[in-house]
Design a protein around this ligand. Structure first.
Ligand code: CU
Length: 137
């Protein structure tokens, strides 16, 4: 179990002090002229945190989005912060929470490794960056 956890941490390049485990990060590959896509992963914080920002060299426009049924219509909205309760896996997945990458400078090809920097904030307001390499598929 310990070895498995270590392997996960290494493979997703989580900073040791970040206190967030990132599982299966991926980005949906695009075809031109598509200018937007989503990034997905599972986040498990070991103390109460919230995801407050995402950066990537692919675009200056990366936002945390939520998808929800509203009056029978699927709607997407920008959320300022995504709560990450301690010890609880929070899924960013199609049709739910996701990271929206807009205004892409170039198409994202399947197999590409997409660098993402997640900024998380603790209850004390302290912010930490978590670097993630997401696979495009
Ligand atoms: Cu979106």
């Amino acid at each position: 179990m310990r070895r498995l956890l270590l392997a996960t941490l290494l493979s997703t390049a989580v900073a040791a002090h970040a206190q967030v485990k990132v599982d299966d990060p991926w980005v949906r590959a695009t075809v031109a002229p598509q200018k937007a896509t989503g990034a997905f992963m599972q986040l498990t914080a070991d103390k109460p945190l919230k995801l407050v920002a995402v950066r990537t060299p692919l675009t200056g426009m990366a936002e945390i989005h939520e998808m929800k049924m509203d009056d029978g219509v699927m709607k997407m909205r920008h959320v300022e912060a995504l709560p990450l309760p301690a010890g609880q896996a929070v899924a960013l997945k199609p049709g739910s929470y996701h990271i929206m990458l807009m205004g892409l400078k170039a198409p994202v090809k399947a197999g590409d490794s997409v660098p993402l920097t997640l900024t998380v904030e603790g209850a004390d307001g302290k912010r930490t960056d978590v670097d993630v390499q997401a696979k495009a598929r």
